[in-house]
Structures are given as C-alpha cells and as structure tokens.
Design a protein around this ligand. Sequence first.
Ligand code: XBP
Ligand code: MG
Length: 246
Amino acid sequence: MLEALIFDVDGTLAETERDGHRIAFNRAFDAFGLGWHWDVSLYGELLVVTGGKERIQYFIDRYAPALPEGEPIDGLIGRLHREKTHHFVSLLREGLIPLRPGIPELLREARQQGIRLAIATTTTPQNVSELLRVNLGDESVAWFEVIAAGDMVSRKKPDPAVYRLALERLGLPPAQCCAIEDSTPGLQAAKGAAIPTLITRSIYSRADEFDGALAVTDQLDELCGSHGETILDAIRRIHGRSVAVV
Ligand code: XBP
Ligand code: MG
C-alpha cells in the first residue's frame, strides 16, 4: 500500500543542474577571482560527485587549479559554496528554474488523496525551500513532512543515509514508500534504503544505469496508461507490482 512519496530534488523536481547550479558555481568562482570555469561538459563529469562542497574538492584534487595563497582549502571551499548558494537562490528567485512537467499535478493529487510527501536530497536545504516557494508558493514547504537535505547526513548519495533519515522521520517501512529519482547515485541511495524507486531521467542522467528501478521514464506523464490514468494512479500501479503481497 503506497503511503508516501519521497522526492529527490536536483534533476527530479526540477532541471537544476543545467543550467542553475552550474551557472551559480561559475558566478562564485568569478566573484572570488579564481579564473575557474565549469563548462557543460566538465560539469557533467563532476556530477559523479554529489554535494557542492565535495564537488569543488574533487575538482581541486583532480585538476589542481591555481589556489589563492594562505587560506586552508576547507575554509575556501566553505566560503565559495556559500557564495554559490547565494547565486543559485538568485537564479531561483528570477523564476529561471521551473518544476519539471507533471510535478505540480502529482503533488496536488497526492495531497488530495492523503499520500504523505517527503524530500531526500543532497542539495542545500535553502535551495529546496526556495525552489518550492518560487514555484508553488510559501505554503508549499509545509506540504513536505520531511525535508532531508545536504549536510543533515554526513555521508551523501549514493550512501542511503539521507533516505534512511527520511524513512525514520516518516515512521514508515520502505515498502510503503516510493522514491522518485533522476540519477544513478540517487537510485543507489534509495535502493540502499530498500525503497522502491521510479526514475525520471534528467538532462545529465540520460546515459546513467538504472538497474533495479521500478520504471525508467523521461517524463512523469509517460507513465500513464490509457483510460485517463493520472500520474499518481500510474505510480500506485507500478509500485503495487513491486511490493509482493505475502
Ligand atoms: C544533487 C547534488 C547537489 C547539487 C548541488 O542533489 O549532488 O549537490 O548538485 O547542490 P540531489 P549543492 O540530486 O540529491 O537533489 O551545491 O547545494 O550541494
Ligand atoms: Mg538528483
């Protein structure tokens, strides 16, 4: 019986990586005068690492760019990431990052039918609340009983910690939930917490591997069968197939 939907954010609720986060990182690098630039192709490579701070560290380790003198790397990365978040929130507030097709309808129907809502994401909590506020109004943040995000867990996706935190706060067994994700690290994290998972591929995750997903689609409404089946009906049907009644 489906009791809750647990949403990933980046790539799932909205196409935020290309080109929101990427632009925000580059604006932060410019603000710090670092001379670094992550183009679309390089950013796609760096997405193998989840977490913005971890991604900057990975870039430094892998490409050894020039670093400003005299500041410990951790301090620089922390300041840089706060600047990046400031730029990402500005992009959100300019209305440049809409929700993916089908998400508003799915959220509305889930609320009407008493399906509980949660978020399990690697991104910074402020990014989540701003994405929801800008696209669905201030009250939409409260639609989600749980917003498990960013540094609330020490180990980020593909580690299942963020999904385990969401399950714990929902007080539900994984089989009564369905995760909606866009990427391989996200699927691995949800599967690690034994949560049945649907994939909606994003711009950057088209070529990812999704073994073990309930279903893989490019857009939520492609899940719908005939006879006016809604997205939530389709998710219930697919989820029901996955959870054998013993
Ligand atoms: C995707 C991530 C995040 C974003 C950047 O998160 O890995 O790190 O790329 O956001 P998810 P921050 O798909 O789990 O939503 O810079 O705030 O980390
Ligand atoms: Mg994602």
